[in-house]
Design a protein around this ligand. Structure first.
Ligand SMILES: [Zn+2]
Length: 283
């Protein structure tokens, strides 16, 4: 998402849809960020509009970009919401949508723990979803990227998503148990292509001034869920050896995480053959 936001300047308007107080900080760029969600956020948010995604209170072509970060799976009126995104976005605009793949272990576990977790749209095909969004918004599909999971929703430092019994069954949310999962999921994915460490997809539509990176980022923080490119982590000397493991500190929250090379996981990206883009930038 950040590689998109970097392209917008003063006076340009970005709609951050369905992410409460926001899926990126207001200080990120010089553009104007408008947040819209059905529920009022628990923390104060600037430029917030309480609204149904299927009935947005904005004029036609009001935005230069729309960000829907892990929110589309929650929209009850999916067709109406996509139609509204197409209406409020300029024809020259950009659209970023990230969703969980409902067939993955990470999303199945989340839905079991949180008794559905509000995921009313179980997407299982990136290509099918991209075609649906293209038809509804009339924006061209540019790129799809596979996202990795770290089960940060289990971390006991984050808000609890389930009752104590189910929570204990999955390790009690300790960071040690999340490190163990990460280690064995990556090992299994690398050796057997199991996709235990896959979460979902990020889909890009519309107009982008630079090519969008479609490479898989396997390093995802067990606490804040931020992804980082392995090449970039090495470039900034963030990787350290601890006993027989390699670890890095999350650039966003400082948590220590197990490190992995992205190149070992590229075969997990089931969409690499689609419209490949030139890699660029870092998160
Ligand atoms: Zn982090």
């Amino acid at each position: 998402m950040h590689e998109i936001l970097e392209n917008f300047g003063p006076g340009q308007r970005i709609l951050d849809l369905g992410s409460g107080a926001g899926s990126f900080p207001s200080s990120f760029g010089p553009f104007i960020a408008i947040r819209a969600d059905l529920d009022h956020p628990s923390t104060p948010a600037q430029n917030f509009a309480q609204a149904d995604a299927a009935r947005l209170p904005f004029a036609d072509r009001a935005f230069d970009a729309v960000i829907s970060n892990h929110s589309l799976e929650h929209f009850h009126d999916l067709a109406g919401s996509l139609s509204e995104i197409g209406r409020v976005l300029k024809p020259t605009g950009a659209l970023y949508i990230s969703v969980p793949d409902a067939s993955t272990f990470a999303d199945r576990l989340y839905r079991w723990l949180a008794r559905g977790g509000g995921h009313v749209n179980p997407f299982t095909s990136a290509q099918g979803l991209a075609a649906t969004i293209e038809r509804a918004t009339h924006l061209r599909h540019v790129q799809t990227r596979t996202l990795c999971a770290a089960l940060s929703y289990l971390n006991r430092r984050n808000p609890r998503i389930c009752g104590p019994r189910r929570f204990l069954l999955v390790g009690g949310g300790t960071e040690f148990s999340l490190h163990l999962f990460t280690y064995f999921a990556r090992l299994s994915d690398r050796l057997f292509g199991t996709r235990l460490g896959v979460y979902g997809w990020a889909l890009y539509f519309g107009n982008f001034p630079v090519a969008v990176d479609n490479d898989i980022w396997s390093n995802v923080c067990i606490r804040c869920g931020s992804g980082a490119q392995s090449e970039w982590l090495r470039h900034v000397n963030a990787v350290r050896r601890r006993f027989f493991l390699q670890v890095y500190r999350c650039p966003s929250c400082g948590t220590s995480n197990l490190f992995s090379e992205d190149r070992h996981y590229r075969r997990l990206s089931d969409v690499r053959a689609q419209r490949p883009g030139k890699p660029q930038g870092y998160n």
